[in-house]
Each structure stands twice: as C-alpha cells, then as structure tokens.
Design a protein around this ligand. Structure first.
Ligand code: PXG
Length: 290
C-alpha cells in the first residue's frame, strides 16, 4: 500500500507522522471520506470543496490548490492500482510545540490513504439496520460547528459504543434540544405517506455529500423531499427510514429503540433509492486514469 504524506509515498509500515503533530496532540485537523467506483471518483470536487471550507472555518491553511488536491487523490488511487475503494484524506495542523496555539505549527500535513472499507456486513443491506437512541449528543454548534468534519470524533465514537453495547448497528444522535441530528457516521431520512424528510444541517446534521445525492434522486424520481425539524417520534411513526454516507452508501434502518419502523423491513421507496444510487455511482465521477 502506498500512502501519500505531503507529496511523498510511503508503504504502510513507514507511513508515520510526528508525535508533535497537533492532529494527534489536540485533534486539530479535518478529514474527508471519498469513494471510488469502477475507476471513477464519486463527487470528488464536492468532497474537496467541503474539505477546503472546513479548513477555512478552523483557520487551517492547506498548501495546495483544490485542483492539486483532486490530482493527489487520483494519483494515490492510481499508485495503489485500485478501481474500487475508499479514500481517507486528512489535513492535520502539522508539527508544532506543546501548547494549544496552532500558530506554533509550521505547516499543515496532508495524508491520503486509499483502501477498502466495509461499514456493515452485506446482509444488513438487505435486512436493514437496528438503531438505538444514544444519550451522547451531537456536537453543539456553540462548541464547534457540526458541519466541520474535524478530527474530533470522540462523541460520535462514544455514541457508536452505546449502539454496539445495545446490540444495535447504528446510533441515533440528538442535538442539545433533543431534536434528531443524524447517526454517528451517516445522515438520516424518513419516509411517511410517500414523502421524505431529513433534519436540516442547523439541527446538527453534517451536510453530507450522499445526502445531497438523495435530493438529486428525489428530484429525478419526483418524490417529495424536505428538510424538517424531527423528533424520535417522527422515526417511530415513519413508514420507512434510511441512512446515507459515503462509507455506508444508502442503507435501510428498520427499527429504533425496539419500535419497528413500518413493517420492520426495508421499504419500497428506500429500495428504489438504493437502486438509483447504485446506478448513479456507476455512471458519474472523475475518471482516475488520465
Ligand atoms: N454524518 C457524519 C457525522 C459523518 O461523519 C456523514 C454524516 C455522511 O456524509 P457523506 O458526505 O459521507 O455523505 C459522515 C461521513 C471514516 C468515516 O472512517 C467517515 C464518515 C462516517 C463514517 C466513517 O472515514 N463521515
């Protein structure tokens, strides 16, 4: 495996960064997860744009242009001879002295890993996921905007642990006010009476790139969709529910807190969206081998 660190490639054993990198010391940095299918990188521009906006929000200077970053992602995939997989792209604050100030860091570090990822076992894509509500809340906007894809995922990690301990595959995270935000690593959608609803990003949902694709599919299929403040009741009362994320793709959720959602099986609209999503990822995306 060839891993990109600041323009050079290292094998897995030698791909290392300093213990003085503020990404490690303070979780000071940002990341993206990007998928590629059949030799094309899906929504590459959108991921890189979101990365640069996250960087701006935390005053992190990336010493590359967006075009150069896109090329570095493609080059890393090419170097690894992959056609299908997952890219984990990180930008850390870089090496500095002890102490919080990011201004003690010389320059940011860019890391690109191209690998495979399997978030849920295959059968879960047919059966759907069990969800529980986590007591760990989504990051409050007054602490850090939940739109920044930062290297601070500890509350999401703790929420995931709650889900695993409760024998569920995913955990639902509420915001400080008790409204539905999203799951630990995916956005959430419900279907009721043929219409789709998802929480707005102001409720603590990451502005997901897969979430955007769902809006695009809804338009193509002429299915009504809207952002709406939601409580857990809206999920208990839904006919269908599904989750989206680059790693998770589109997957049904069939129960929440032991209440079956609809009849407890992936619903027809969810299945249509899964099929449509699979078609889109096979057709769109930046071609890697150029
Ligand atoms: N919400 C959160 C909190 C996320 O971290 C999503 C939603 C989905 O967004 P996209 O843009 O991917 O549709 C995410 C995505 C990883 C990893 O290890 C990354 C995420 C989720 C799970 C694992 O790279 N981020």
């Amino acid at each position: 495996m060839d891993i990109y660190i600041d323009g050079e490639y290292f094998d897995k054993k030698n791909a290392k960064i300093s213990v003085f990198d503020h990404g490690l010391l303070y979780g000071d940095g940002i990341f993206e997860g990007i998928r590629f299918y059949e030799g094309r990188v899906f929504k590459l521009k959108e991921h890189i744009q979101r990365l640069f906006i996250s960087a701006k929000a935390i005053l992190l200077e990336i010493e590359m242009t967006q075009d150069e970053m896109e090329e570095a992602v493609c080059e890393t995939i090419r170097k690894n001879g992959l056609t299908d997989g997952y890219v984990r792209l990180l930008v850390t604050r870089g090496v500095g002295t002890l102490g919080l100030s990011p201004f003690a860091c010389d320059k940011s570090t860019v890391i690109i890993i191209a690998d495979s990822i399997s978030l849920y076992p295959d059968e879960k894509y047919k059966e759907g996921l069990k969800l529980i509500t986590c007591s760990t809340r989504r990051t409050a906007p007054a602490a850090l905007s939940p739109s920044v894809k930062s290297l601070n995922y500890l509350n999401n990690v703790m929420a995931k642990v709650e889900a695993i301990f409760a024998d569920a595959e995913e955990g639902l995270m509420l915001n400080e006010q008790g409204f539905v935000a999203e799951c630990t690593g995916d956005n959430i959608f419900v279907v009721r009476d043929g219409k789709i609803k998802t929480p707005p990003s102001s409720a603590g949902a990451l502005p997901g790139i897969t979430r955007e694709v769902i809006f695009q599919i809804a338009e193509n299929l002429e299915v009504g969709i809207e952002e709406s403040q939601m409580t857990r009741y809206d999920i208990y009362a839904a006919d269908e529910c599904f989750l989206t994320g680059t790693a998770a793709e589109v997957i049904a959720a069939v129960s929440l807190d032991r209440r079956l959602i609809g009849n407890g099986k992936p619903g027809p609209i969810t299945e249509k969206f899964i099929e449509s999503f699979r078609n889109i990822v096979g057709q769109e995306g930046k071609i890697i081998s150029e």
